[in-house]
Design a protein around this ligand. Structure first.
Ligand SMILES: NC(=O)c1ccc[n+]([C@@H]2O[C@H](COP(=O)([O-])OP(=O)(O)OC[C@H]3O[C@@H](n4cnc5c(N)ncnc54)[C@H](OP(=O)(O)O)[C@@H]3O)[C@@H](O)[C@H]2O)c1
Length: 303
């Protein structure tokens, strides 16, 4: 792990500076996907509650919000703007490009130069920004995760927008290690956002490799996403520590590697508070070994 990019301010997990940037965030952030309607489509049932979650997060010190204009579509970004614009100094909003939502609510790739260009301008307009801090190119991949294949054309389009000043920094999402290397030959990559949690550990080597480069690894589905994590070991550890299973799952990620930044998603202020408090949970080496066995046993079950 490169030194100098994390500091020991533990309330929200310490700070992390995206490599080669002036953007420093608390390691505990917030993922805004849950603020759209059911199936991440349409408006939320309670728009005021969505605004309240965002304001509570920022009031608590969160300065890293993950979003996409295809959440809703447009809905999540518009709620972020309504809740937080004009944005406080230091707030880093990370968005992503690469998908669209047809009227049937499905997810389709949107990767032509025109799609990506429209995506940049949709994000700027709906967030009320002149430039986007970080944009992840989100590869569609296969059903269960990333799929190999060149992403050079799409990353080059984003790099051109960086040259024009509309995107400040570039990240990747749902990608393989080979795709990260391919993108790095085109432009600097400051973060990678893939599916990773206590039970889904296929990116272990990538997490470690990015750590040596000082690049942020931002797990999506940190709590299991649409299928929340469930494990008797997790529940037993949580009981012993007087915490909730979700808090232990988040604390485990913070302990896993100093380049891991968290963006747990929730539509509830109560869950938000619970999740933020996880940053203050210390896990002993013995507990970490115990929690590592969750992934080992879930791999064994699949074979
Ligand atoms: N790059 C990508 O392809 C990609 C894909 C998916 C997500 N993301 C990003 O990653 C973020 C996190 O992923 P995610 O929101 O899908 O999944 P997640 O954070 O793993 O889990 C969210 C789910 O857990 C529930 N939850 C949250 N806190 C809880 C708590 N303390 N106790 C019990 N349940 C709790 C939420 O429901 P409640 O609303 O009821 O709390 C929601 O159903 C997203 O918000 C999004 O920004 C990126």
């Amino acid at each position: 792990m490169k030194t100098g990019n994390t500091t020991n301010d533990t309330k929200l997990g310490g700070r992390f500076t995206f490599p080669g940037t002036s953007l420093t965030v608390q390691r505990m952030g917030y993922g805004a996907m849950q603020l759209a309607g059911p199936g991440v489509y349409g408006p939320p049932k309670d728009p005021d509650a969505a605004v309240a979650v965002l304001r509570e997060a920022v009031a608590a010190g969160v300065n890293h919000i993950d979003t996409a204009d295809f959440y809703g579509p447009h809905v999540t970004n518009q709620i972020i703007k309504k809740a937080l614009h004009p944005y406080p100094a230091g707030l880093v909003i990370v968005t992503k490009l690469g998908a669209r939502r047809p009227a049937d609510g499905s997810w389709e790739p949107a990767v032509s130069s025109q799609d990506l260009t429209e995506g940049v301008h949709d994000n700027l307009r709906n967030l009320g920004l002149d430039a986007l801090d970080i944009v992840n190119y989100r590869a569609m991949g296969a059903i269960h995760g990333p799929a190999e294949g060149s992403i050079a054309r799409e990353v080059t389009v984003l790099a051109d927008f960086k040259g024009k000043g509309l995107i400040r920094h570039i990240g990747l999402s749902n990608v393989t290690a080979a795709q990260v290397a391919e993108a790095q030959a085109i432009t600097d990559i400051v973060c990678v956002q893939n599916n990773y949690n206590l039970a889904s550990r296929h990116d272990d080597a990538l997490v470690d490799d990015l750590a040596t480069q000082g690049i942020a690894y931002v797990p999506f589905f940190p709590l299991g996403g649409f299928t929340p994590l469930q494990s008797s070991t997790l529940s037993a550890v949580a009981d012993r520590l007087g915490a909730t299973p979700m808090q232990v799952a988040l604390a485990w990620l913070l302990h896993r590697s100093p380049n891991i930044l968290l963006i747990p998603g929730t539509s509830s202020v109560a869950h938000l508070r619970e999740n933020l408090a996880a940053a203050q949970l210390t896990l002993s080496p013995e507990t970490l070994i115990e929690l590592d066995e969750i992934a080992a046993s879930s791999v064994a079950e699949k074979h």
